[in-house]
Design a binder for this molecule. Structure first.
Ligand SMILES: [Zn+2]
Length: 122
């Protein structure tokens, strides 16, 4: 919805979905997943949309607001219908995710500000 559009524009990654942000006592946890889309099998090049399973990958981010920050990425594993090969989806920002740090910080600030002002109204 609104948040997804926001982060799409902000990060320039149209396939990234932020599902939630946890602000715990010890750290920030930012939950991400990729939009589901057809993937090409690395073995036989056929297209598949069949999801085999998921795996949670935690990636340490640099601290936001002096707090340790972790990206919790729900990685999807696809299965090829033709040859049966299982493979992880491509996550484009992972090799270069440090670039998004500043933008991600802005996003988290906005989210926290919204949450805070909503709870103080209540
Ligand atoms: Zn295949």
């Amino acid at each position: 919805m609104h948040n997804n559009n926001f982060i799409k524009n902000l990060l320039g990654f149209k396939d990234v979905i932020v599902t939630k942000i946890l602000n715990t006592d010890n750290c920030f946890e930012i939950y991400l997943e990729m939009k589901k889309k057809p993937h090409t099998c690395p073995c036989c090049n056929s297209q598949t949309r069949r999801v085999h399973d998921y795996r949670i990958q935690r990636v340490k981010h640099i601290p936001l607001f002096l707090k340790p920050t972790v990206l919790v990425i729900k990685k999807r594993r696809y299965r090829c219908n033709i040859c049966g090969k299982r493979f992880y989806e491509h996550i484009e920002f992972l090799p270069r995710y440090y670039r998004i740090t500043n933008l991600l910080s802005m996003y988290v600030i906005t989210e926290l500000t919204n949450t805070y002002s909503m709870s103080s109204l209540a």
